[in-house]
Design a protein around this ligand. Structure first.
Ligand code: NAD
Length: 431
């Protein structure tokens, strides 16, 4: 198939390279000319395991190209995927201006039948609006179909998820685009759920809100564990063995973040409100998540008392392991709030330090390349992201380099008994 992907970010670039990898011809479009130039010159603007090799291979084999011109992308393709941002507005609703802009750009460039696929996460009924917009702005009389194909990849595992999806959801209104979608996804060997567009759009918001709910649930259970002396990991193991519940997404932590869960959760609350349903359950999920961060920071202030003139080492800046993405990262919030209370920080992240510099103030933050040197001169260490390499930290060296051996583990990476044996005062979540 000849495919265009409009928006070459986390979703667009990975989707485009995976489509090329299975043999399709892909042109990735982005309005950010610097990003396109970088990609054309062999650079990769984001970190995802396995992505760089895949992009380079498919560019070399001529199946993957980049352009800043939507018109060029539309001209060269039969199927056009939209993968532009859908960020939150202040009231929690979704900013759909990027989607609308792309719909107009596609309409202006269309001269023959196209399948326009929305892969961005959008509120239910957006597909109808996209179709109306294309119809309004298209100068030729050519036919088109707008369909929905929400994306479920996890950052940090995006290539793996896209190459081996649990399921592919496609929302269509007519049978015509079905054949194209079957052909595109046939090599991925995954079940394809064909449904109506509204249901496909809703599946994405309902799925992400459910996962966020699962995290808030175990975080609330963690608070009860702390108050009662139970161990949240034992509880998660015990309930997770029940197949109806499952163990995944039951890891107590300082809360969820990232560019998807917080925004999709508030969007779903807003969408429900607009449709006349007060989704109180999801509002509680948000509250628990905010309270979880507060509870974690309170552990630090309760122990250190005054943060002014204290130096705190922070391990992790990305919103989760295996990514350089710091958008809405709980680790960044930890840093910002510690800085606001007067602490100085020594921070380390295996991949996200460059992107974190854009969000953190220049003053009061020292970026440390070697994780084993973060603890030097620190009054406390904080684990804010669950990078597996942090488990390899030289804890004895860290302990000896600190003014006092104090570790706040927001990701339950370490074993409390081992930490006690090493002489650390160790505070974690729900254990
Ligand atoms: P991103 O910010 O990484 O990438 C979006 C890209 O679109 C940027 O490079 C931007 O320059 C480009 N863009 C914006 N307007 C454009 C235009 N008019 N024409 C061409 N390019 C344009 O965003 P992302 O994380 O890839 O997310 C994209 C969508 O996918 C969002 O709706 C998001 O909710 C959804 N989604 C994201 C993930 C994830 O893990 N990141 C997972 C599933 C779904």
């Amino acid at each position: 198939m000849n495919i265009a992907i409009i928006g070459t970010g986390y979703v667009g670039l990975v989707t485009g390279s995976c489509f090329a990898e299975v043999g399709h011809n892909v042109i990735c479009v982005d309005c950010d000319e610097a990003k396109v130039k970088m990609l054309q010159g062999g650079g990769i603007p984001i970190f995802e395991p396995g992505l760089e090799e895949m992009v380079k291979k498919n560019v070399a084999e001529g199946r993957l190209n980049f352009t800043a011109s939507t018109a060029e992308g539309v001209e060269q393709s039969d199927v056009i995927f939209i993968a532009v941002p859908t960020p939150p507005l202040e009231d929690g609703s979704v900013d759909l201006s990027f989607i609308e802009r792309v719909a107009r750009d596609i309409a202006n460039a269309m001269t023959s039948y196209k399948v326009v696929v929305d892969k961005s996460t959008v509120p239910v009924k957006t597909g109808e609006k996209v179709a109306e917009t294309i119809k309004r702005y298209c100068k030729t009389d050519c036919e088109f179909d707008v369909i929905s194909n929400p994306e479920f990849l996890r950052e940090g595992f995006a290539v793996e998820d896209l190459m081996n999806p649990d399921r592919i959801v496609v929302g269509i209104t007519s049978n015509k685009p079905e054949a194209a979608m079957r052909e595109i996804y046939e090599p991925f060997n995954a079940p394809i759920i064909f449904t109506d567009i509204n249901s496909a759009e809703l599946i994405k918001h309902a799925a992400n809100s459910f996962l966020a709910m699962k995290i808030s649930y175990i975080n609330a259970v963690a608070a009860i564990c702390e108050a009662s002396g139970a161990n949240v990991e034992e509880v998660a193991h015990g309930i997770g063995m029940d197949e109806r519940i499952g163990r995944r997404f039951l890891n107590a932590s300082l809360g969820f973040g990232g560019s998807c869960f917080p925004k999709d959760l508030s969007a779903f609350i807003r969408i429900s409100d607009d449709l006349g349903y007060d989704f109180g359950l999801l509002k509680e999920v948000q509250k628990i998540n905010a309270a979880q961060m507060d509870r974690f920071l309170k552990k630090i202030t309760d122990t250190l008392w005054i943060l002014k003139d204290k130096t705190i080492g922070v391990l992790g800046l990305a919103f989760k392991q295996n990514t350089d993405d710091v958008r809405m990262s709980p680790a960044i919030e930890v840093c910002q709030r510690l800085l606001k209370d007067g602490a100085s920080l020594r921070v380390h992240d295996p991949k996200a330090m460059e992107k974190a510099r854009e969000l953190l103030p220049a003053e009061g933050v020292t970026y440390v390349d070697d994780m084993d040197r973060v603890a030097e001169g620190c009054d406390a260490l904080v684990v804010a992201t669950e990078w597996p390499e942090f488990k390899e930290l030289d804890l004895a060296k860290a302990r000896d380099a600190m003014t006092a051996p104090l570790l706040f583990d927001g990701r339950n990476l370490f074993d409390p008994a081992e930490m006690a044996q090493l002489g650390f005062t160790y505070k974690c979540i729900g254990r």
